[in-house]
Structures are given as structure tokens and as C-alpha cells.
Design a binder for this molecule. Structure first.
Ligand code: SF4
Length: 116
């Protein structure tokens, strides 16, 4: 909730997402990608997330509590495997890229299923 983890240039974090997640984020945002300083998530505004419903898995699982540090990769891998399976199920090619770059290049993203 502090928003510090979303400030990539300052925190040094990188957010990676499948193209299906990035396409879903774009759809939830109405196709609009706000302007933002280089490297910063376009939905990180005044320290808060303006894309709560469309944020990718990494945003949903990241928590800066040291007690969560060891478990977080295991949980991420479990749900990331489910995301990969969704690509196969939908007949989409799988790609995993930096989220900020992916949403700024929507021509490369698949059309997500319409029932979410
Ligand atoms: S989508 Fe939201 S939670 Fe994820 S990096 Fe951007 S501002 Fe942060």
C-alpha cells in the first residue's frame, strides 16, 4: 500500500508479465496507457495503483514483508504455471516480457478472452 514497490526507477524492481496479462491490463484500462516517466508503470499515480482490477500477477503477489520473501517465488511459480496453461487452452502463443514495455506495444499482445 505504500506504493514504493511500484516506483521501479527508485526501487530497482522489474515487473514481468505474460502477454495475456498485459492484454488484460490494457482492456481493464479501456485501452488507454497514461503517459509516465521512463520505466515507471503508467498506472502508478501519486503513490497508488490506478489499475487494481487489471494488475498482473506480480503486483498481486508482491509484498515487502521479509517473512514473505522466501515463499513468494513458490506461490508466483504456481500461479504463473496456471497462466501459461491458459495460453495453451486459448491457443495463444506464450510470451513473457517487461510489463511496461508490453503495454506500450499493444500490437504484439493477444486479444484476451472476453468472459473475465
Ligand atoms: S499495475 Fe498497479 S500495482 Fe502493478 S506496478 Fe502498476 S501501479 Fe503498481
Amino acid at each position: 500500500m505504500s506504493g514504493r514497490c511500484c516506483d521501479f526507477p527508485t526501487s530497482g524492481h522489474q515487473l514481468w508479465a505474460t502477454d495475456l496479462e498485459s492484454a488484460h491490463a490494457l482492456r481493464k484500462a479501456g485501452g488507454d496507457v497514461p503517459e509516465a516517466p521512463s520505466g515507471l508503470c503508467p498506472w502508478h499515480v501519486e503513490g497508488t495503483c490506478r489499475l487494481r482490477d487489471g494488475r498482473p500477477l506480480g503486483c498481486r503477489l508482491y509484498f515487502c514483508d521479509p517473512a514473505w520473501t522466501d515463499l513468494m517465488p513458490q506461490v508466483y511459480e504456481r500461479f504463473h504455471a496456471e497462466l501459461k496453461a491458459l495460453h495453451v487452452e486459448a491457443g495463444l502463443s506464450y510470451s513473457y516480457r517487461r510489463f511496461v514495455e508490453a503495454v506500450r506495444d499493444p500490437a504484439l499482445l493477444p486479444s484476451p478472452p472476453t468472459n473475465s
